[in-house]
Design a protein around this ligand. Structure first.
Ligand code: XMP
Length: 517
């Protein structure tokens, strides 16, 4: 275990991921955690992240210098580097020479940390203060035009640091620097592999649920719930009951992926609840986006609870007690909601006859420690269908918010066919992993005149909305190659009779959102 101490910048999660890419397990802790609590977790190393402030600023986050003398290797990056320098008697100066962005660095003495890294390379900097003097016992390894001490190490004590951000891709050789610290200086063993992750989680779930517990899991068609279910299935077999509510708002092939391919790959005990008619009836006549979302959310909970009640009822008849609810919570959600020990209980309200008003479930969250890319790799390891594992984000309300206007069965059918073509062509062009998402939106209340063959047509336009993004908070419209756009346009207008126009959305987010509703 390596602890990444978060000093409040946005870098801690990235550092934790990079540590794991170096095959060493890592977790993030807040800088407010007492050092003795950190040490009590028995870390093999501690990494101090970057941070927003000057170490001299009022109220600047600090760390007890005991962290440097406990015999646990410590690596400081940016702000963490300065804390280490200041904490061990070096000198941090407010030179006013701010370095920001890609900066050339000169390696004067590679030592262990920078071994084999070119003497001149570029790294990502973002700092105001600089280390003017390294603490006693440290070897200075590198400098920049404005920073005499840009990297140092004291291998005997297991301490090292760099002024730059080795975790960002803009820093050349950054991963190598991190690995030198982890593997050579701290002596961490490289045991964090996908196979180990899967096995470890399966074992944990087995312990948590025990020999007789019963668990229930809702599948959405997305990767998180699928991988969570696959792990729990490996742990407890048929004592896991998966529920899939088919609300009819998924894209072509997605329901089949769950019902057929996922079941074939994992052998889960699946209960399909066909709620297509109910959803359509509830959405009839509704055009307002917020109202659609509310209806879909409400109907989903109702349908899931009804399905759950059936499953619970059947289990109860056999004398089993369902005590666990499986959820696909990921590590970023855990970090962002302030950590927590993972023992929370939630209440599920049941209004369905024959069951207690409130049932208490213990949560099973086998992905709580994982990042999204790790979840995908574990999914691959467990043999899940590739389309599921690598699926791009898709909103919970599904195609319901990609039909502008009332949602009807016919319109869903039209959109599904157009969307399938667009996705096929994106895949064919090998762009699935470059494009964050590509919603296809049906302007169902709009009609436009066209000409096809000898005849005049009066069909619907669709909008394709390919975007690139890191996290969906901001996005840019993707510059798809012309040939790809051409194929999408030609095929959709040829193969989907009701559509006679394909348009491209070239709005970034902000101001546009990714979805149209
Ligand atoms: P917007 O449209 O706000 O979307 O730019 C940002 C990201 O969130 C997805 N999205 C949703 N996901 N339930 C979800 O699970 C929703 O109601 C929902 N609305 C939008 C959207 O696809 C994009 O990835």
């Amino acid at each position: 275990l390596v602890l990444v101490v978060d000093f409040g910048a946005q870098y801690a999660q990235l550092i934790a991921r990079r540590v794991r890419e170096a095959r060493v397990y890592s977790e993030i802790v807040p800088h407010t955690m007492p050092v003795e609590d950190m040490l009590a977790r028995n870390p093999k190393a501690i990494i101090l992240s970057g941070g927003p402030s000057s170490v001299y600023a009022d109220g600047a986050p600090g760390i007890d210098t005991a962290v440097f003398t406990a015999g646990v290797p410590v690596f400081g990056m940016c702000y963490g580097f300065q804390l280490m320098a200041a904490g061990l008697g070096g000198e941090v100066a407010q030179t006013g020479a701010r370095e920001y962005g890609r900066t050339p660095v000169t390696v004067s003495e590679p030592g262990t940390l920078l071994e084999g890294i070119p003497a001149e390379h570029k790294v990502w900097m973002s700092h105001g203060d600089s280390v003017a003097q390294a603490p006693a016992g440290f070897t200075v390894l590198a400098s920049t035009a404005d920073t005499p001490v840009a990297a140092f190490e004291d291998v005997a004590r297991g301490l090292a640091g760099v002024q730059w951000h080795p975790e960002v891709l803009h820093s050349e050789h950054g991963q190598k620097v991190l690995e030198h610290f982890l593997h050579q200086i701290a002596g961490c063993r490289q045991t964090w592999t996908m196979l180990n992750i899967a096995e470890e989680q399966i074992e944990r779930v087995r312990e948590q649920i025990g020999d007789s517990g019963i668990a229930i899991c809702g599948l959405s068609g997305g990767v998180d719930s699928a991988v969570a279910a696959a792990i729990v299935q490996r742990a407890i077999g048929d004592r896991l009951h998966c529920v899939f509510v088919d609300h009819g708002l998924l894209r072509e092939g997605e329901a089949e992926q769950v019902e057929r391919d996922f079941v074939a790959a994992t052998g889960v005990n699946l209960h399909v609840y066909d709620a297509r008619e109910t959803f359509l009836a509830a959405l009839a006549g509704v055009t307002d986006p917020e109202e659609k979302r509310k209806i879909i959310g409400r109907e989903f909970i109702r349908a899931f609870e009804a399905a759950e009640a059936t499953v619970l009822g059947e289990a109860a008849e056999q004398g089993d007690k369902v005590g666990f609810l499986v959820q696909g919570t990921l590590y970023p959600d855990v970090v962002e909601s302030g950590g927590g020990a993972g023992t929370s209980n939630i209440k599920s309200h049941h209004n369905v006859g024959g069951l207690p008003e409130d049932l208490e479930f213990a949560l099973v969250e086998p992905l709580r420690t994982l990042f999204k890319d790790e979840v995908r790799l574990v999914g691959e390891q467990l043999g899940l269908p590739a389309e599921m594992v690598w699926r791009q984000p898709f909103p919970g309300p599904g195609l319901g918010i990609r039909i502008i206007g009332e949602v009807t069965a016919d319109r869903l059918d039209i959109l599904r066919r157009a969307d399938a073509i667009a996705r096929q062509e994106l895949t064919r062009a090998g762009l699935d992993r470059d494009i964050w998402q590509m919603p296809v939106v049906l302007l169902a209340d709009v009609r436009s005149v066209g000409v096809q063959g000898d005849g005049r047509t009066y069909g619907h336009p669709v909008v394709i909305r390919p975007v690139t993004s890191e996290d969906a908070m901001t996005a840019d419209w993707a510059r798809l190659p012309y040939e790809v756009m051409e194929r999408i346009s030609t095929r959709i207008t040829n193969e989907v009779e009701e559509i006679n126009r394909v348009t491209l959305d070239i709005t970034s987010k902000p101001p546009g959102t990714i979805e149209w509703e």
